[in-house]
Design a protein around this ligand. Structure first.
Ligand code: ADP
Ligand code: MG
Length: 408
């Protein structure tokens, strides 16, 4: 689903949609689009997205909906574990806001306030309980609270909970919950510990992730090489051949350039295809699938065609043209180094494009330096002390271009 998806397309009830409209939410965030329909199915889900991207509503809305659809009960049916008291209060407010037109009741328990008062409120009945681990364990140990009717467990800000040392408390809480339940885990990051935690208590969770738009800037190794515009085709195939890259995504600015660059690579013996908005949807899907299945090695794409491309294990992105808009640069290099893997981005920078490095650098908070072109020995990169001229192909007169097979 694209990010123009309205809330009404996520499968949410009218009562919830009304509350969202009253909260002046215009459209769901990306993580909401990905997580809400999945959580509504009742499956276990682990979701990660940067802080401030609306993860709370991503679990609050489906929890409210699923509980509303269940038979009414006296029991606490959803438990949300949060790391801090401040967060408990915030999440409580979210349940109250989004659940304003449901008949569900939400209560929060957390340390630092009188237990007796919290118990009194609990005794009045609650469908959803938000709790910090310490206070909840305390209440469970004193048998002040019964979670036998629990149907949904949410771990919010799982990364912070582990940072704060709640690992064992969480395990103890889990052991007093019915095993047949839906588990939802939300975190700003997925690290090894979170994955272990998920492995320990979830059943085949669906994983949804929204990459931090700037995170690629930190995980992707970026190089900028000075190249005259006229030399770009030669240098491009020199880099792809020399680096022995098994696979690369090459970005160009225009559709015409996409076709031209793909054709030139093919002439140089590189298995390449172009993708851009002049190709119809069917062709685009087929090209992408073929690229993913390694039927060819280099995909030459325009920015528009590349939106949302998610190709696992893409080692290299090459900017044949440097984008003028810094956001496009971040978007392009974000096609590699996904899900914590290493990635590499190479940009060919002509003298006019040099000035755009400044704004790009400001956006990703790095100073970007133009380096000499590398030369290669056995596929290994060695950066020359002096700029090593690449082995240029002799300029040959190109044969009249064959009609591309897939151009209709
Ligand atoms: P996270 O848990 O991902 O850090 P929050 O759930 O706390 O983020 O949401 C951050 C802010 O964004 C909150 O103020 C929330 O009310 C607001 N918010 C969440 N979803 C939307 C939306 N779809 N439209 C507008 N504001 C939203
Ligand atoms: Mg949050």
């Amino acid at each position: 689903m694209s990010n123009n998806t309205p809330f009404s397309a996520l499968g949410l009830d009218q009562t919830l949609l009304q509350a969202l409209a009253e909260a002046s939410y215009q459209k769901p965030t990306t993580i909401q689009v990905k997580a809400i329909p999945m959580a509504l199915t009742g499956r276990d889900l682990m979701a990660s997205a940067q802080t401030g991207t609306g993860k709370t509503a991503s679990f609050t809305l489906p929890v409210l909906q699923r509980l509303s659809q269940m038979r009414a009960s006296q029991a606490i049916r959803a438990l949300v574990l949060v790391p801090t008291r401040e967060l408990a209060i915030q999440v409580l407010e979210s349940f109250q806001t989004y659940g304003a037109h449901t008949s569900l009741k939400t209560t929060a328990v957390y340390g630092g306030v009188d237990v007796e008062k919290q118990l009194q409120i609990l005794q009045a009945g609650a469908d959803v309980l938000i709790a910090t681990p310490g206070r909840l364990l305390d209440m469970l140990n004193r048998r002040h609270i019964n979670l036998d009717g629990l149907r949904v467990l949410v771990l919010d800000e799982a990364d912070r909970m582990l940072d704060l040392g709640f690992r064992d408390d969480i395990a103890r809480i889990m052991s007093s919950l019915p095993s047949k339940r839906q588990n939802l885990l939300f975190s700003a990051t997925f690290n090894k510990e979170i994955k272990q935690l998920a492995h320990d208590f979830m059943r085949h969770p669906v994983k949804v992730e929204v990459a931090n738009p700037n995170s690629a800037a930190n995980t992707v190794n970026q190089s900028f090489y000075p190249v005259d515009q006229a030399d770009k085709p030669e240098i491009l195939s020199y880099l792809i051949h020399g680096g022995r890259w098994p696979k690369a995504l090459v970005f160009v600015r225009t559709k015409k350039a996409a076709n031209k660059v793909a054709d030139l690579l093919v002439e140089d013996g590189i298995n390449a295809q172009a993708i851009h908005s002049d190709k119809n949807q069917y062709q685009r899907i087929r090209i992408l699938e073929d690229f993913k299945d390694n039927y060819f090695d280099v995909l030459v794409a325009t920015d528009v065609a590349a939106r949302g491309l998610d190709i696992e294990q893409l080692p290299l992105v090459i900017n044949y043209d440097l984008p003028k808009v810094p956001h496009d640069y971040v978007h392009r290099i974000g096609r590699t180094g996904r899900a914590g893997q290493k990635g590499r981005a190479i940009s060919l920078v002509n003298p006019e494009e040099k000035k755009w490095l400044v704004t790009i650098g400001q956006m990703i908070k790095k100073s970007l330096i133009i380096e000499p072109l590398p030369y290669f020995e056995d596929g290994e990169t060695r950066v020359a002390d002096i700029q090593a001229p690449p082995q240029r192909r002799k300029k040959k007169t190109r044969p009249a271009r064959k009609k591309r097979q897939d151009s209709i």
